[in-house]
Design a protein around this ligand. Structure first.
Ligand code: SF4
Length: 336
C-alpha cells in the first residue's frame, strides 16, 4: 500500500530545544516509517518577521538540519529540503492569493495570536507578507501533494484555511489537490525552566539539544522550585516545582516516585534534586549531542542531505505545477 505523504517543517530562526523535541521531533522520527515524510526548512517564512536579518535565517538553515539529523530524522526515509529553493511555492502562493480575502486572513485565530505576540516587530501595521503566510503555507503543503499535516491545536486554523483554499481551487479549476488532513499532536507543550508556558530563546528558559553538559547543569540549577521551601526539612510541593516537572521527562518512573515522596516529607534537598535532574538530562541528550558534534565537524554530510532532499522536492513540485497550470489554462507553448 502506498504511504500517505506528510508535509511539515520549521522556521530556521534558532536551534531546537527540548520543547521541539518532545513536541514534534519524537513524532517525526516515529512517523518516518509509516509515512512518506517531507520536512521543509521554511526560510522564506522565517523572513516574514526576520526580513531585516537574512544572515540569521541563512545561518540557521544548516543548524536546523543538524538538529533534525541528530534527533534521529533519517534522510533515507525523510526528505529534508529548503523552502526557498522550490520556486513553484511562490507561484502557487500568487495563484492562491486570489482565493482568499483579507478579512478571512485577519480572522484566522493563529494569525491573530501571533500578531499579538509580535507587536514589538510590527507595531500597529502588519506586513502583507506576514498576513499572507497562511496562504504561502497552503502552497507549501499542496505543491508537494501533502495529505497529512502534523500540528498542535494552535495551528489547526492554519490547516483549516489551507483546506478552504484547496476546496475553492478545486471547485473553480477542477480537482487538482487533495484536502490535507491534520494529524493532531497529543504531545503537550513543554513549559520553560522558569515555569512559563512557552519555552524560547528570548525568554532564556530553554534547554537546547546542542547545550553542553555545563550549560545544562547551569540552567537546571537556576530552575524554579517550590518557593515555600527554604530548608531541606520543609515539606515541599513537587506539583509547583519545575525540577519535578522536568524529572518526569528525563528520569525513570521509580526515581520520580521517590522524588515526590521525599520532597513532600521534607527529606530531599533541592540542590541534590537539581543535580540528579541535570545528570539524567545530560545522559538523555548525550547521543544527540555527540551526533551533533560529529555533523558540525562534517558539514559536507549535512549539505549533501539538503541538496539531495531539495532536488527530490523540486521534482515533485515541477510535476504538481504542470497539473496546476493545465487546470488554470496557463499551460502555454507546452508542446513546443
Ligand atoms: Fe522541587 Fe526537588 Fe526541591 Fe522538591 S526537592 S521542591 S521536587 S527541587
Amino acid at each position: 500500500m502506498e504511504k500517505k505523504r506528510i508535509v511539515t517543517g520549521d522556521r530556521p530562526t534558532g536551534k531546537l530545544h527540548i520543547g521541539h523535541y518532545f513536541g514534534s521531533l519524537i513524532n517525526r522520527v516515529k512517523m518516518q516509517d509509516e509515512y512518506d515524510q517531507y520536512i521543509l526548512i521554511a526560510d522564506v517564512q522565517a523572513l516574514t518577521d526576520n526580513f531585516d536579518n537574512p544572515e540569521k535565517v541563512r545561518k540557521n538553515v544548516r543548524e536546523l538540519a543538524i538538529d533534525y539529523l541528530s534527533c534521529g530524522i533519517d534522510p533515507e526515509k525523510t526528505c529534508i529540503y529548503i523552502q526557498s529553493m522550490i520556486p513553484q511555492t511562490a507561484e502557487l502562493t500568487v495563484f492562491y492569493s486570489n482565493l482568499v480575502t483579507i478579512a478571512r486572513l485577519e480572522r484566522n485565530p493563529t494569525v491573530k495570536t501571533e500578531l499579538a505576540q509580535k507587536k514589538n516587530i510590527f507595531g500597529e501595521s502588519v506586513t502583507y507578507g506576514f498576513l499572507g503566510y497562511p496562504v504561502s503555507q497552503a502552497a507549501d503543503i499542496t505543491i508537494l501533494d501533502g495529505e497529512v499535516v502534523p500540528a498542535g491545536e494552535d495551528q489547526e486554523p492554519l490547516i483549516e484555511q489551507c483546506r478552504e483554499i484547496v476546496r475553492k481551487f478545486n471547485s473553480i479549476y477542477g480537482d487538482v489537490f487533495k484536502e490535507p488532513e491534520i494529524f493532531l499532536s497529543k504531545n503537550k507543550r513543554i513549559k520553560g525552566l522558569d515555569g512559563n508556558e512557552k519555552m524560547g530563546k528570548s525568554l532564556g528558559n530553554a534547554i537546547y539539544i546542542s547545550d553542553s553538559p555545563e550549560e545544562i547543569t547551569k540552567k537546571i540549577m537556576g530552575a524554579v522550585t517550590d518557593p515555600n521551601r527554604i530548608k531541606k526539612d520543609d515539606l515541599g510541593n513537587p506539583d509547583i516545582c519545575m525540577v519535578s516537572y522536568y524529572h518526569k521527562l528525563f528520569s525513570s518512573e521509580e526515581e520520580c516516585k521517590t522524588i515526590c515522596e521525599e520532597c513532600k516529607a521534607g527529606k530531599r534537598g533541592c540542590v541534590a534534586c537539581k543535580k540528579q535532574l541535570a545528570n539524567n538530562t545530560i545522559e538523555f541528550l548525550k547521543p544527540m549531542r555527540e551526533k551533533r558534534e560529529y555533523l558540525e565537524q562534517h558539514p559536507e554530510i549535512v549539505d549533501k542531505v539538503l541538496k539531495e532532499g531539495t532536488k527530490k522536492a523540486q521534482k515533485e513540485a515541477e510535476i504538481m505545477m504542470k497539473k496546476i497550470k493545465q487546470a488554470m489554462k496557463l499551460d502555454y507553448f507546452i508542446n513546443e
